[in-house]
Structure formats: C-alpha cells, structure tokens
Design a protein around this ligand. Structure first.
Ligand code: FES
Length: 112
C-alpha cells in the first residue's frame, strides 16, 4: 500500500513490534480510543474490533483459526479479512483494519 492508496480520512497508528506475536497468537491493544485485536496467522497479521457484533463478548477470548475468529459466547465465526459473520447468531460484520509493516513495526489504519 502506498500513501496514495490510503483513505484520506484515515490515519496510520503504530500498534506493536513485528515480533510481539507468534503465529497463531492474538492480543488486544488500545489504539486511538478503540480496543483493537491484532492477530497473527503464519506471517500475516489481521486487525479487527475487540467486541463481537452480536452481544457483549470479547473476541480475544475466542478461538483463532486459520481464516476466522470464533466468538466465545455463541460461537459465530467472523472472517479475518472481511469481518463478515460466517453464520448466525451474529449477522453484522465486525470492523477490520488494514495492516502494514514498516521495518519491524506493525501499523494499522483507522478512520479518523
Ligand atoms: S456474542 Fe458473539 S455470537 Fe453472540
């Protein structure tokens, strides 16, 4: 992603160092007054909302799989790329955020 590809109303925030997570791990971070989960699958990183879109469940307590996160409360799975629920009871996507790595730092892009 180049600077020209970015949404003009968004900002990029450093979130963690590249070695903060091992493959298969996730962690929650406070970024610009939001709680964001950063997850690592193999050498790819994903950023998404901490809270499930269905009810008040913290997704970092759920199960991280190859391409989705499973909610710990009712079991809806959310695609890590699109945030879309893969089955009910959740019907509303969670927000996902672009991730980029520069040197050894992971950055995420958030709407301002
Ligand atoms: S709270 Fe996540 S599926 Fe119900």
């Amino acid at each position: 992603m180049t600077a020209d590809d970015k949404n003009p109303t968004s900002k990029t925030f450093p979130i963690a160092s590249k070695d903060a997570l091992k493959p298969g791990q996730m962690s929650c971070f406070d970024v610009n007054q939001r709680r964001i989960i950063l997850a690592r699958i193999d050498d790819e990183y994903f950023a998404f909302d901490e809270m499930c879109s269905h009810e008040d469940a913290e997704l970092w307590k759920g199960a991280l799989r190859k391409d989705h996160i499973e909610c710990p409360l009712h079991g809806s799975r959310f695609c890590l790329r699109s945030g879309k629920p893969m089955e009910e009871p959740a019907t509303v996507p969670i927000s996902t955020y672009p991730v980029e790595i520069n040197d050894d730092t992971i950055y995420i892009e958030l709407e301002d």
